[in-house]
Ligand binder design. Structure first.
Ligand code: UFG
Length: 333
């Protein structure tokens, strides 16, 4: 397998994965419509890797556009990142979320089958475990999620699993991400959400920069050691390398958690950020955020056993790299 179509390759996880793939010797075709990203990231991928790639400005829900990409490029495998991902927004705009996230998955899988592309990797999420008890293992029954975004992940998983079962030789790997944070060590690419961030790490970096006054810690009365929510934060470059490892082992239908297997509370992350960057993050405890669970972390053993991949970067490195990117970020997305 040589030539990989990466949808959403200008986005946060997609761009870091393109770096990992180019560095591992793959050729890459990026398809992105810049709905939550920008062309500067593409230049940065070239700058980091010293390698070029094909770029198609395209919406992958558009059948004709997808068909064109498959016709013009000799694709061996697809990694499908492109999708809407804001939990709160998905509650307000369910149809946009179902349409965008499901139609893109269906169109890409159909194009794979008609062009005999045998390998499909899908960006899924730990959200599919719902309120199961951590650590989450791949064999757990999936529980309802609390929002349309989460449901699009559950339904996409189902669509791809059925497509793999019905088409011999069509290999599908579902990768369930835990909480990706940090940035490439160069500080050249990272997470640059539009508007006020929803997620913890980008919110912390905005507070560190002085653009937001203080962090709101959503609840300190959870059943956790310090009462704040526990998550499995994973460095985005570890996650990116997990994709390269998954591509090497494609066969049949597989599901892997990509996490570290360790939980970190909100307050522990704040302390780690302060220590890593010698900064103070003012915060205030506020009520819980609707839809949040107390504890979410991976059982990460299956990926280690079968893919030979393991997250190796520390929480301090995640904090250092997230800040390095944010601190150097000019308004140039
Ligand atoms: N939190 C705060 N203050 C903030 C933001 C978050 O206290 O300003 C807390 C949350 O309550 C939670 C933790 O920080 O305990 C992490 O919250 P994030 O929003 O960063 O991440 P989530 O775990 O809620 O969500 C992430 C992804 C989703 C995915 C979900 C489950 O953003 O896409 O994990 O896998 F669905």
């Amino acid at each position: 397998m040589k030539n990989i179509l990466v949808t959403g390759g200008a986005g946060f996880i997609g761009s870091h994965t393109c770096v990992a793939l180019l560095e591992a010797g793959y050729s890459v075709v990026i398809a992105d419509n810049f709905s939550n990203s920008g062309p500067r990231t593409l230049e940065r991928i070239r700058e980091i890797t010293g390698r070029d790639f094909v770029f198609c400005e395209a919406d992958v829900t558009d059948r004709a556009a997808v068909e064109g990409i498959f016709k013009e490029n000799n694709i061996d495998g697809v990694i499908h990142f492109a999708g809407f991902k804001a939990v709160g927004e998905s509650v307000e705009k369910p149809l946009a979320y179902y349409y965008n996230n499901l139609v893109s998955t269906i169109e890409l899988a159909k194009a794979c089958l008609s062009h005999r592309v045998k390998n499909f990797v899908f960006s899924s999420s730990a959200t599919v475990y719902g309120d199961n008890k951590a650590p989450f293992t791949e064999t757990m029954p999936l529980l309802p999620t609390t929002n349309p975004y989460g449901e699009t992940k559950v339904i996409s998983e189902r669509i791809l699993s059925d497509a793999a079962a019905a088409n011999q030789g069509f290999s599908v790997t579902l990768l369930r991400y835990f909480n990706p944070v940090g940035a490439h060590e160069s500080g050249l690419i990272g997470e640059a959400p539009n508007g006020i961030p929803n997620n913890l790490m980008p919110y912390i970096t905005k507070v560190a920069k002085g653009e937001l006054k203080e962090l709101r810690v959503f609840g300190d009365d959870y059943d956790t050691p310090d009462g704040t929510g526990v998550r499995d934060y994973i460095h985005v470059m570890d996650l990116a390398e997990g994709h390269a490892a998954a591509l090497k082992k494609m066969s049949g239908f597989s599901v892997y958690n990509l996490g570290t297997g360790r939980g970190t509370s909100v307050l522990e992350l704040v302390t780690a950020f302060e220590r890593a960057n010698s900064l103070k993050i003012p915060y205030r405890i506020t009520p819980r955020r609707a839809g949040d669970i107390a504890v979410c972390y991976a059982d990460a053993k299956k990926a280690e056993r079968e893919l030979g991949w393991k997250a190796k970067r520390t929480v301090e490195e995640m904090c250092r790299d997230a800040w390095r990117f944010e601190a150097g970020l000019r308004d140039e997305k």
